[in-house]
Design a protein around this ligand. Structure first.
Ligand SMILES: C[S@@+](CC[C@H](N)C(=O)[O-])C[C@H]1O[C@@H](n2cnc3c(N)ncnc32)[C@H](O)[C@@H]1O
Length: 208
């Protein structure tokens, strides 16, 4: 049998992220993951928080490998992954408490970032959160020399890739009724950005 894809980075960061998610998600939260890659995060988070409903998704061309990993390693508790390209959808009809995505914003072109916020706003219940893990910079300033090197290597590989700026993401968030509620410092100069969708009821109460 051929080897399933494996990410050493996901292996290293899965437990620190799980610790953060325990504070951010209720025990029975419904989560949609975008760009789930090897599925290591989904498998680990579900074993750390068995009450979660975790729906993975990936680009159609990478779906079969992800499905095989989830089937072999997921203990029968993860539903088959959905085909979802942030550029084109389709976003599921179901509702979620959170949308989670790790290490995808620096891979997909920045022109897709609005599609991510828009899609998340469509599937999240009021007050739901979009959780973005990865390296980020602030107002053009990298948070570590290693992130700057990583940014340069990404852009050399493909000019559409690159470490994203929280200022630009915050501006997009506002356009789609999100606000940055949290910014957790994670190991290896990564961060977990927490964008909360505005609660319509709370907004109405404030406007009244
Ligand atoms: C660096 S990998 C990260 C995988 C996994 N989330 C992790 O942290 O190990 C980037 C992932 O983003 C996915 N991706 C890239 N462009 C995408 C798009 N337009 N829509 C959805 N996923 C995308 C890739 O297929 C890949 O799985």
């Amino acid at each position: 049998m051929s080897e399933l894809p494996f990410s050493p980075a996901a292996e290293r960061n899965k437990e620190p992220i799980a610790r953060a998610l325990r504070h951010l998600l209720k025990a029975n939260a419904r989560v949609l993951e975008i760009g789930a890659g090897t599925g290591q995060h989904a498998i680990h988070f579900l074993s750390a928080m068995p009450g979660l409903s975790w729906q993975t998704s990936e680009l159609p061309e990478s779906l079969a490998q992800l499905a095989a990993s989830l089937e072999r390693e997921g203990g029968g508790r993860l539903p088959p992954p959905l085909a979802l390209n942030v550029a084109t959808g389709p976003w599921p009809q179901s509702r979620f408490d959170a949308v989670y995505t790790a290490n995808t914003l620096h891979i997909m072109p920045f022109s897709l970032a609005p599609r991510l916020f828009e899609g998340a706003s469509r599937v999240l219940d009021a007050g739901g959160r979009l959780l973005c893990y990865g390296p980020f910079m602030d107002n053009g300033i990298h948070s570590a020399p290693s992130n700057e090197l990583f940014d340069r290597s990404l852009r050399a590989r493909d000019s559409a890739m690159g470490v994203r700026d929280t200022c630009l993401l915050d501006e997009l968030a506002g356009r789609f009724d999100f606000f940055r509620q949290g910014d957790l410092i994670m190991p290896a100069n990564n961060r977990l950005l927490v964008y909360q969708h505005k609660d319509d009821q709370a907004a109405l109460a404030t406007d009244a």
